[in-house]
Design a protein. Structure first.
Ligand code: MN
Length: 249
C-alpha cells in the first residue's frame, strides 16, 4: 500500500511525524506537506504562482511544498505516481462539526478523494502542552486497522480526544452554530486588525463527532463529496416545479 502523508500545520509539526511513524507499519510512506503552517486554508489551491517542492531529511521520503495541503496531495500524487490512501494530520487542534468547512487538514484528505484515492484526516485538541503523540500512536494504529480494510469508505474524518481514549465511536458531523465572531484590536502601530473566532455556541448533540470527543472517545465520521441536500432537492422539485430546470437523472 502506498500512503501519502500530508497536513496543514507544516512539515515540521510533531503531528505529521507521529502519523507518518504509525503509517510505516501499513505500507510505503511518502510525506508531502506545506513548508509553513497553512491551518484554516480550507481546500484552496495555488493558482496564481508556480509550485515547487524540496526534499526534507526524515526517516521516510519527505518533501516540503510552497503551497496548501490540497496542492501537496495533487503534487505528491503527480510526482510519486499511484497513491492508495492519503493520510492528513495529526492536526494540532480538533476538526469537529462546522470547523470542517475551514479545515486544511480535512482538505488534504478530501483532495485525495477528489483524485479518486482514499483520504483519512486525523486531528486532536491541543492545550498549553503538546499532545502526547507517543500515547496516541497505538490509537492511530487501531483506527487504521479498522479503516484501511473498509475500502467502501473513501473519505473519513477522525478526531482523537486529549488524554487516553475510552474507545472508538462512529459519529456524524455536528452542525451546531458557532459564534463566527470578528474580534477587533490594534497593532503596535495603532492600526486596526482583526481575529476570527470559531467557538461553538450550543452543546454537542449525542451521536456527533463533537459529543464523542468531549466524552473521551475517538470520533470516526465517514464523509462524502456530494454536498447536495437530497431531501431539499426532492421537496423543491415537488413544491416549486421549474419547467426547464428538471434535474437530469
Ligand atoms: Mn492545523
Amino acid at each position: 500500500m502506498r500512503i501519502l502523508v500530508t497536513n496543514d500545520d507544516g512539515i515540521y509539526s510533531p503531528g505529521i511525524a507521529a502519523l507518518a511513524d504509525v503509517a510505516r507499519a501499513f505500507g510505503e510512506v511518502c510525506i508531502v506537506a506545506p513548508d509553513v503552517e497553512m491551518s484554516s486554508a480550507g481546500h484552496s489551491i495555488t493558482a496564481t504562482r508556480p509550485l515547487s517542492y524540496k526534499r526534507t531529511p526524515r526517516d521516510v521520503e519527505a518533501y516540503r511544498v510552497n503551497g496548501t495541503p490540497a496542492d501537496c496531495v495533487a503534487l505528491g500524487n503527480h510526482a510519486w505516481g499511484r497513491v492508495d490512501v492519503v493520510l492528513s494530520g495529526v492536526n494540532l487542534g480538533p476538526n469537529l462539526g462546522n470547523s470542517m468547512w475551514h479545515s486544511g487538514t480535512l482538505a488534504g484528505a478530501k483532495q485525495g478523494t477528489l483524485l479518486g484515492l482514499r483520504g483519512i484526516a486525523f486531528s486532536t485538541p491541543v492545550g498549553d502542552e503538546e499532545p502526547a503523540f507517543d500515547a496516541m500512536k497505538p490509537w492511530i494504529a487501531r483506527v487504521l486497522e479498522l479503516l484501511l480494510p473498509a475500502t467502501e469508505l473513501n473519505l473519513v474524518n477522525v478526531n482523537l480526544p486529549s488524554g487516553t481514549p475510552r474507545g472508538m465511536r462512529w459519529t456524524r458531523q455536528s452542525v451546531r452554530h458557532y459564534d463566527g465572531r470578528v474580534v477587533p484590536g490594534r497593532d503596535p502601530m495603532g492600526r486596526s486588525h482583526y481575529w476570527m473566532t470559531v467557538v461553538p455556541l450550543e452543546a454537542a448533540e449525542p451521536g456527533t463527532d463533537r459529543h464523542a470527543v468531549e466524552s473521551g472517545y475517538v470520533s470516526i465520521t465517514p464523509l462524502r463529496l456530494d454536498l447536495t441536500d437530497h431531501a431539499a432537492l426532492d421537496a423543491a422539485v415537488r413544491r416549486h416545479p421549474a419547467e426547464d430546470a428538471a434535474p437530469v437523472s
